[in-house]
Design a protein around this ligand. Structure first.
Ligand code: NAG
Ligand code: NAG
Ligand code: NAG
Ligand code: NAG
Ligand code: NAG
Length: 396
């Protein structure tokens, strides 16, 4: 009895060890090493409300400048610092940075998910980079009342070993003001094949950034104009505000497990260039839904395909949380832009300030030419001809 339980415990430990080992070597999807900052430093976590600068080594990370491990409940003046999840997170002071080397696959696209909150300054931002690629993410807009949000940013791995760097580019009067970050995870992306009868890549949004199973805030996708390195393969976010990537575990999603919730009216635009044949007729169809996140109605979407634009109001059948909509257009070029934004600036009914909006999913574009009609006509013609022939033969 005792022996077998010891053995099984050993086995469990061994499995755990190999799982950790494998994830460290192969760079599996999920949290990076100490990505949640819950591993205690050699000297232990700094005591609450004591600003410890520099001296504390954060396991798994290299730091430079004023990098501070913060604990949940910790205060700065009258303000309680936000720790997105768990008991600890880090705060970057002016010009401070943290970085970690990652083992990746050269040439592949990776998406980094991280949670961020701003603290005392209004114009806080975060520079996330895997040199030479970098992007400054604006943390000025509060998308929800919790005060933090998960964000995603993607890069193409130029080497098998890359360095993921977070920098606070801010220059605030109070050098301890600066963004708090937590829960840093990575996911290798793949670009889904274009379906045979649909010109849209990843039109069902099933492929996208890493999402934590127990985080209910979705993942914000900030501006990303390069479709090659988008956290949402195929799509770009061309507005200066973010759109939200949502999952079916916490939101109502029309199809599959993922979808996009459009936020901030015209300031949140998602688009894709789809391949078309000039002068041919096409139909774009998509699901327009409500995320069931207490978002205040009315909801409406502006849908664009080539030179066509249509305003569609969310009016589902009785019990449904989504409806299907379509738009017909004639392609003018070999690539046609399709795009969506929310007509209204919606917030949740419970807190009146968290941003929300209509959900888009299952986007399809297909050639809607007269082919079917033509074939039907041909069939009818053949049928008639054959009938006449049989009739003629029967007569003689
Ligand atoms: C730390 O940051 C300073 C200022 O940005 C820079 O000059 C220095 O080289 C950095 N040190 C390391 C070890 O990266
Ligand atoms: C972000 O940081 C990287 C270095 O980590 C730097 O090369 C890049 O210029 C920075 N980007 C901005 C917009 O400040
Ligand atoms: C979420 O899940 C992670 C990993 O499964 C766990 O460590 C963490 O405690 C969970 N957080 C909450 C708030 O449930
Ligand atoms: C709507 O849902 C309710 C409760 O689930 C059910 O009783 C009702 O029959 C449904 N109505 C329709 C039209 O499906
Ligand atoms: C697009 O065309 C199809 C069939 O040709 C039609 O059923 C549909 O109503 C049209 N959509 C719109 C929005 O006009």
């Amino acid at each position: 009895m005792f022996q077998s339980s010891t053995r099984s415990r050993c086995f469990t430990l061994l499995v755990l060890f190999f799982a950790l080992f494998a994830s460290a070597i192969l760079g599996e999807d999920g949290l990076v090493t100490n990505g949640d900052f819950e591993t205690p430093p050699a000297t232990g976590f700094p005591k609450d409300e004591a600003l410890v600068e520099g001296a504390t080594e954060i396991p798994g990370w290299k730091t430079n400048g004023t990098v501070e491990l913060v604990s949940s409940g910790q205060k700065q003046g009258a303000m309680i610092l936000i720790v997105p999840r768990g008991a600890h997170a880090v705060r970057l002071g002016n010009d401070a940075e943290i970085s970690q080397e990652l083992t990746v696959e050269k040439g592949s696209i990776y998406s980094v998910t991280f949670s961020a909150a701003r603290t005392c300054a209004q114009l806080e931002s975060l520079n996330v980079s895997v040199p030479p690629a970098s992007q400054t993410i604006d943390l000025q807009t509060l998308y929800n009342v919790q005060g933090w949000d998960p964000y995603a940013w993607a890069f193409e791995a130029a080497e098998d070993k890359v360095r993921l760097v977070f920098t606070n580019p801010g220059m605030e009067d109070d050098p301890t003001c600066g963004p708090i970050i937590d829960d840093i995870a990575i996911k290798k992306l793949f670009t889904p094949d274009r379906p045979k009868d649909n010109a849209v890549i990843n039109g069902d949004y099933e492929e996208g950034p890493w999402m934590f199973a127990n985080v209910s805030l979705g993942v914000l996708l900030p501006t990303k104009l390069d479709e090659e390195t988008s956290s949402l393969p195929g799509w770009i976010v061309e507005s200066n505000r973010a759109v939200r990537y949502i999952d079916s575990y916490h939101y109502s999603v029309p199809q599959g497990k993922r979808a996009i919730e459009l936020l901030s009216g015209k300031e949140g635009i998602i688009s894709q260039m789809v391949e078309t044949t000039p002068n041919k007729p096409y139909t774009m169809s998509f699901a327009l839904g409500h995320a069931e996140d207490k978002c205040k109605q009315p909801l409406a979407i502006m849908a664009f395909a080539g030179d066509q634009a249509q305003n569609i109001h969310y009016t589902p059948d009785s019990n449904s949380t989504f409806q299907l909509a379509n738009l017909n257009f004639t392609a003018k070029a070999e690539r046609t832009r399709i795009a969506f934004y929310s007509v209204y600036y919606n917030t949740r009914t419970d807190d009146m300030s968290s941003l929300c909006g209509p959900v888009v999913d299952d986007v399809r574009v297909w050639f809607s030419g007269a082919r079917r009609l033509g074939l039907g006509g041909l069939g009818l013609g053949l049928g008639l001809g054959l009938g006449l022939w049989v009739f003629a033969v029967a007569l003689f």
